[in-house]
Design a protein around this ligand. Structure first.
Ligand code: 5GP
Ligand code: ZN
Length: 142
């Protein structure tokens, strides 16, 4: 259930302190030590699973249910009007701690935080080809 070398497992076990926000049998929420914005919180399953792909669906459900409630509380406390949910999966996606977690980032209009830039596909055929490739990959994963 826990990984001895995992920093978030140590937080779950109380071996490392955290600014705890919420917990139940399945999940724990606490403030990120280096917030993107004040109130930036992390929501984790208590059991160790490295990322989204390793996470049992029932824990995904527990995380999203808690994200709604904790997210509303974070927004209220931070005086925010919006919330970004982010999950980094894999080093190339910016994951540094390999215990699955959701980032809850409170947002206000004009807070200066930018989302990643979008660029259109070169043409409609390129978009259709990508959609077909994903559908085929999905089938082969079944
Ligand atoms: P990742 O890049 O893996 O999605 O995000 C890991 C997050 O964990 C970072 O935002 C980082 O600030 C946070 N973090 C890393 N170590 C600790 C810690 O010991 N305590 C807390 N509260 N947050 C941590
Ligand atoms: Zn862990």
């Amino acid at each position: 259930m826990h990984d001895a070398d995992c920093i978030f497992c140590k937080i779950v076990k109380g071996e490392i302190p955290c600014a705890r926000l919420y917990e139940d049998d399945a999940v724990l929420a606490f403030l990120d030590i280096a917030p993107v914005a004040p109130g930036h919180a992390l929501l984790i399953p208590k059991a160790h699973h490295a990322d989204l792909f390793a996470l049992p669906p029932v824990l995904g459900t527990a995380l999203t249910a808690a994200a709604s409630r904790v997210g509303r509380a974070v927004m209220a406390a931070a005086g925010a009007t919006g919330l970004n949910l982010q999950m980094n999966n894999g080093p190339s996606a910016g994951q540094v701690v390999f215990h699955a977690h959701l980032h809850l980032i409170p947002r206000q209009a004009g807070d200066g935080l930018a989302l990643w830039p979008g660029r259109p596909y070169a043409d409609p055929a390129a978009m259709a080809a990508m959609a077909e490739a994903v559908r085929q990959a999905f089938e082969s994963l079944k």
